[in-house]
Design a protein around this ligand. Structure first.
Ligand SMILES: Nc1ncnc2c1ncn2[C@@H]1O[C@H](COP(=O)(O)OP(=O)(O)OP(=O)(O)O)[C@@H](O)[C@H]1O
Ligand SMILES: [Mg+2]
Length: 413
């Protein structure tokens, strides 16, 4: 988020170091809101996870079989974003690892985020690292890497639990041989056992999986439902106790964060983001506590940040179309034909081959679905109907998104 710089009370001709002294003074004088900022970070694992007792218990029961020497079933965990899948699985696995540390039960755990570690080889590299089986960063065939992993793991004589978070990324990339290997590895091992906890928020991804891998992965399934507003309120209240000093927050702003996040799709990450950004806004204005107005401003800021990210990641031709519409916003009625002409002019200026009008029309519809453009069908009486096109996003946000873009920035003038 772009932070407005507080210049009130600063003389513009102050030297840089004086200005920074002043900023620091102001910062130190402002009342403290945070006791522990870390408690609002996405990867923070709290001791208490309200409304996930059932899932913690299920996972616990499955993993408890290690105590009696049998391999825990593979588990497939799914649910929408922000429903606590990652935090609950990490919490439970950490608990078991700590519990068995130094005991006769040998438990090894390895967490892999497949969105980041997104090829079979990289996953193997990380699995090997976790059991001190060194393989080179590149240069080995995957099969060879797998053999080294299996051999070293068998010498370890342990239960090996691997979490494959965002497992759909591997499958969508088409680089998922590791799933075949891991779901069959127990047939090869003599002294160790492997269990897999696969996590995904894409409920349709199961359809892409090989049925044998799927049935092996989902020996057990655990579903995480979206949180209700009341559940989010409890989660935020617990986290707020860790994050804020006494009296820096009250029920009102917490309830508002919970209600806004529940209205989307019960996403705890979204609720926590609202609370954190609201508190940062309050802190920046020197207020000693968070109010509902800060939450509302946080919502706008988060929304804007999201739009900026969408704008920046658009394909090049969609960006041209958008800048084309931007250049026409002074005209009363912007038609598809006018946008296409503006688009072609921009292509010419940048030496890019234009797409056909039909393709451009398709891209305009996609931008409409993203809410970046507004497309309305209007009647021309007996001449039929035409599309009227306008911006769905503020021109300032579009400029901010592209001003530093070497390619698109030059077209903004
Ligand atoms: N019951 C809970 N109690 C406390 N914090 C929670 C709870 N559920 C989720 N959170 C917090 O909400 C955020 C999102 O949770 P998490 O990362 O586990 O979601 P997820 O289901 O894995 O989402 P995604 O599918 O997008 O990966 C994290 O910061 C997590 O700590
Ligand atoms: Mg997750």
């Amino acid at each position: 988020m772009r932070v407005p710089v507080e210049t009130k009370g600063c003389q513009l001709n102050r030297k840089g170091d004086q200005l920074l002294e002043h900023v620091l003074d102001q910062y130190l004088q402002a009342p403290n809101i945070f006791k522990n900022r870390e408690a609002l970070r996405h990867d923070f694992i709290p001791n208490s996870l309200p409304h996930r007792e059932a899932q913690i218990e299920r996972l616990g029961r499955i993993l408890a079989s290690i105590t009696k020497g049998s391999r825990p079933s593979n588990i497939f965990v799914y649910g929408k974003p922000g429903t606590g899948k990652t935090v609950v699985v990490k919490y439970v696995l950490n608990w078991f690892v700590k519990k068995y540390q130094g005991s006769s039960v040998r438990l090894r755990a390895c967490y892999v985020n497949c969105r980041v570690v997104n090829t079979t080889y990289r996953v193997l590299f990380q699995l090997c690292n976790s059991i001190d089986a060194r393989i080179p960063f590149t240069g080995l065939a995957s099969d060879e890497a797998y053999q080294r992993f299996a051999k070293r793991l068998d010498q370890d004589e342990s239960f090996f639990v691997t979490v494959l978070d965002e497992i759909d990324s591997l499958v969508k990339r088409g680089d998922d041989a590791i799933l075949y290997q891991l779901t069959r590895i127990n047939l090869e091992l003599r002294s160790s056992r492997v269990s897999i906890i696969g996590i995904s928020n894409d409920l349709y991804f199961k359809e892409y999986l090989d049925p044998r891998v799927l049935s092996s992965l989902s020996e057990e399934e655990i579903v995480f439902k979206p949180y209700t507003a009341e559940e989010l309120r409890d989660i935020l209240t617990e986290r707020a106790k860790l994050a804020f000093v006494k009296d820096a927050i009250s029920d009102g702003p917490i309830n508002l964060c919970a209600a806004l996040a529940a209205a989307e799709h019960g996403d705890a990450r979204r609720a926590l983001d609202l609370l954190r950004v609201a508190a940062e806004l309050a802190e920046r204005e020197g207020a000693g506590f968070v109010e509902e107005k800060h939450v509302r401003r946080a919502q706008v800021a988060i929304e804007q940040k999201r739009t900026l990210e969408v704008l920046k990641s658009l394909p090049l031709h969609s960006k041209f179309i958008l800048i084309g519409v931007l250049s026409l916003t002074n005209l009363p009625n912007v038609t598809t034909g006018a946008v296409y002409e503006a688009y072609k002019r921009l292509c010419k200026r940048t030496g890019t081959d234009p797409l056909t009008q039909r393709r451009v029309s398709g891209l305009i519809n996609e931008l409409d679905m993203l809410g970046i453009l507004n497309v309305r069908l209007t009647s021309l009486g007996r001449y039929g109907r035409t599309k009227k096109i306008g911006l769905g996003t503020s021109p300032d946000v579009i400029r901010e998104a592209y001003i530093d873009d070497a390619w698109i920035g030059q077209l903004l003038g």
